[in-house]
Design a protein around this ligand. Structure first.
Ligand code: ADP
Ligand code: ZN
Ligand code: ZN
Length: 748
């Protein structure tokens, strides 16, 4: 018997090994240890076969690591599709599918620990009552109560240490209860999961769904019941009750004995959503987040696979969670950029993978957004997805749904560049503070006054590694590169003309914060950006402070545009809408529209009416007008017409190829040869480039890229052409890399 094994490396093909007789139990999807060159590595068996490979020498597998396959048949099909579609190796997909510890040469192992459960005779629900009457010792009663509580919370077999802590008892108490036959102490696989310790928030009131919500729920439930695949676009304005629909749909799936995956853009920024799911599903729902240790991930993964949870909430990679019997996949804020993995491979889009996985499982998939991606909007228009509109906000005041915020555009032309708050915005803030309402201010740039520039000659200090302008940080009085993190002291003397002419323009979040402190000394301001929230859990703390009314103004980067639901926020200000609008990317307008609508949507979500103020030096840009009028339909129609004319997605397919390397000449030459070969392979497609990347050097790596754009499927698929060229150009100059990106998002 021979086994093909994929390793978590960018290798084009699996390697073939002989399966020794004592390992005849290995199956497809099992992890094995095998020799690779002079190393021993862990990989996943992707195929088994009888014929010997056409090789001089076939090495033996060294060790089988799984009794049961780590990768189920269902996920295996998904892996195959992802590797094909995203032009990467199977092993690279396994790397996101399996928790980190499982493929490292020192694999995460299972620890044993002591657990406690009721003896069979005492497992029925009334047993705890009887026992409480029978047992004399207060400690023994406390243990029984603790155990009964754990069971009620969904843990029939808690850790011994947890039971003792909760009951305030010693292990001798446990032992005597075990001797009396009340409970059993068992050795079981340890679970290192904060996941199981989280408090369950108080249950939320049951809501009567509004007609539009009920209609959406009905359509989704029907699909789940019929075990029929369907993708839905839940297009609901901010605060229209989309989350409520997700929750009810998930309940339906669970009632049918199925499981669900809920994807959210970023867990740290969505604590409210997680709390809501916890309040409804308690400990039957697992939460995946970036703060988890490798051990916790490994344990959560195993529990998910074992069917311990009904659902999982998590970011991008949760789309590959090993839940058996999936019935529902939800992608909240489906337009979010964080669903696309950039580096390393697989450069997959979790939204697209979610739709595919739903299809493979005859499950329903809900894509929810107030500002859908144009791709999803188009799919709903053409009937590929079913559109479920929620046109009004869910909260009602005297029978009327709460209106969307009024949006005002303030023209900054002619205003001094030194102040970030225009008189109009300042007055609006003052009004809110006087009424003790809350304000959110968005400035899409961190730091103090970010762009240093010489007032004499126009020169700007650039990061020598990354060729982008350094940003001024007031704390430390230094310049910092936001790509690679390089820091250097700030100098007023210009390196080009030698004058002391360097000044800083444009306000970052820190500078806005400081201006607020000067202008509104009474106001309590919290700032949220990558600098302020470097520490683990810092986002949550900051947000909670704001939520509890212990702060008046929240200033931050685009993080503050996420799905927060704060009742007392009645004003949202966008300090400078021009930042981020001018990137060389065909999705720049779409992103601007989404960001502006999302952040405006934070205002006036409850009984108090909301207002949003957008400051700009380009007030005539149409995207600002559409955002002001909450006119997604016109915005989308216009933007789609433009994309159709230019053959951009969803009317054409795109792929990006990025070339990197330490020597400019090598990279440029490689990029030219590679791109030429691609042109030959795809004569009907438009192959653009190679170009120096927008940021041409990052971390001392020179970067070039080419873009392929094709309107219609030709004879050879994009993927096949890219694979062919990749194979023909196998030997790369030292240190150079070629990264293929299908359906690229963002500039590269
Ligand atoms: P979205 O996810 O679209 O932003 P949410 O589900 O967060 O909207 O709902 C916005 C607010 O309206 C929340 O506070 C939610 O509790 C409330 N809400 C949602 N549905 C209803 C309903 N049917 N009746 C009353 N309030 C609702
Ligand atoms: Zn840099
Ligand atoms: Zn100068």
């Amino acid at each position: 018997m021979f086994a093909e094994v994929a390793f978590p490396l960018p290798l084009p093909q699996p390697f073939v090994y002989r399966v020794p007789a004592d390992m005849s139990g290995v199956a497809v999807g099992c992890r094995v240890r095998a020799p690779l060159g002079s190393r021993r590595m862990i990989g996943v068996v992707t195929a088994l076969r009888r014929e010997a490979p056409d090789l001089e020498r076939t090495r033996d597998l060294l060790e089988a690591l799984d009794a049961l396959p780590s990768v189920s048949a269902e996920l295996f099909d998904l892996v195959r599709w992802m590797a094909d579609y995203y032009v990467c190796s199977w092993g690279e997909v396994f790397r996101v599918l399996l928790p980190a510890g499982m493929l490292s040469s020192n694999p995460a192992s299972v620890r044993m620990e002591r657990r406690v459960r009721f003896a069979p005779a005492w497992r029925h629900a009334e047993a705890a009552e009887t026992l409480r009457a029978e047992l004399r010792g207060a400690r023994q009663r406390a243990v029984v109560e603790a155990l009964a509580d754990y069971r009620a919370e969904g843990f029939p077999e808690p850790r011994q240490a947890d039971v003792l802590a909760r009951a305030g008892a010693a292990s001798s108490t446990l032992r005597s209860l075990a001797q009396r036959g009340v409970l059993e102490i068992v050795e079981a696989e340890a679970i290192r999961a904060g996941i199981l310790d989280a408090d369950t928030p108080a249950a939320l009131p049951e809501r009567t769904l509004h007609p539009a919500q009920a209609e959406a729920l009905r359509a989704v439930s029907e699909c789940i019941e019929a075990r029929r695949f369907r993708a839905f676009l839940l297009h609901g304005v901010t605060g229209s009750g989309k989350t409520e629909v997700y929750i009810e749909a998930l309940k339906q799936a669970i009632r049918q004995g199925r499981t669900g995956i809920v994807l959210v853009p970023e867990i740290a920024l969505t604590p409210q959503i997680v709390r809501r799911f916890r309040a409804h599903f308690g400990n039957r729902i697992a939460v995946l987040h970036s703060g988890m240790s490798a051990g916790e991930r490994f344990d959560t993964w195993r529990l998910l696979r074992a069917g311990r949870f009904d659902a999982v909430v998590g970011p991008r990679s949760a789309v590959l969670a090993p839940l058996p019997n999936l019935g529902l996949l939800v992608v909240d804020e489906e337009h979010g950029q964080s669903y696309k993995q950039q580096d390393p491979a697989p450069r997959y889009h979790a939204r697209d993978v979610a739709v595919l996985r739903a299809r493979m499982n005859d499950a329903a998939c809900i894509l929810g957004s107030a500002t859908p991606s144009l791709e999803s909007h188009y799919n709903a228009q053409t009937g590929k997805y079913t559109l479920l509109p929620l046109p009004e906000r869910a909260r009602r005041e005297r029978g009327q749904s709460v209106p969307l915020p009024r949006v005002r555009i303030i023209d900054l032309r002619g205003a001094p560049s030194s102040a970030s708050l225009s008189p109009g915005l300042e007055a609006a803030i003052e009004e809110r503070l006087a009424r003790s309402e809350q304000v959110i201010l968005l400035q899409n740039r961190r730091g103090y006054a970010p762009l240093p520039e010489c007032t004499r000659c126009g020169w700007s200090p650039e990061c020598p590694n990354c060729s982008i302008t350094m940003v001024f940080h007031k704390s430390g009085h230094c310049l910092r590169c936001h790509y690679c993190g390089r820091a250097e002291p700030f100098r007023a003397r210009c390196a080009q003309c030698g004058e002391t002419g360097i000044e800083v323009f444009g306000a970052g979040t820190q500078r806005v914060e400081e201006e607020l402190e000067t202008r509104f000394p009474e106001a309590r301001v919290v700032r949220m950006d990558l600098d302020a929230a470097a520490a683990k859990g810092a986002h949550e703390t900051l947000l909670r402070r704001f939520e509890e009314g212990k702060a008046d103004i929240l200033v931050g980067t685009q993080m503050v545009a996420k799905g927060f639901d704060f009742e007392r926020v009645t004003l949202v200000g966008v300090i400078n809408a021009d930042i981020g609008l001018l990137l060389p990317d065909f999705r720049a307008e779409e992103r601007a529209y989404q960001l502006l609508s999302q952040v405006a949507g934070r205002a006036g979500r409850a009984s108090l009416p909301g207002e949003a103020i957008i400051q700009t030096r380009n007030p005539d840009r149409s995207v600002l007008r559409y955002a002001r009028d909450h006119d997604y339909a016109t915005f989308a129609a216009r933007a789609l017409a433009e994309r159709r004319a230019l053959g951009y997605p969803p009317f054409g397919r795109m792929a990006g190829v990025a070339f990197r390397g330490p020597h400019a000449g090598d990279v440029a030459a490689l990029a030219r040869r590679w791109t030429e070969a691609l042109r030959q392979a795809l004569p009907a497609a438009q192959v653009m480039g190679p170009e120096e990347a927008f940021v041409s050097r990052v971390k001392k790596q020179y970067r070039y890229h080419s873009i392929v754009k094709r309107r219609r499927a030709g004879r050879m698929s994009l993927q096949k052409a890219l694979r062919t060229v990749e194979r023909d150009m196998r030997s790369l100059p030292t240190g150079c890399r070629v990264n293929i990106d299908i359906d690229p998002v963002g500039f590269f």
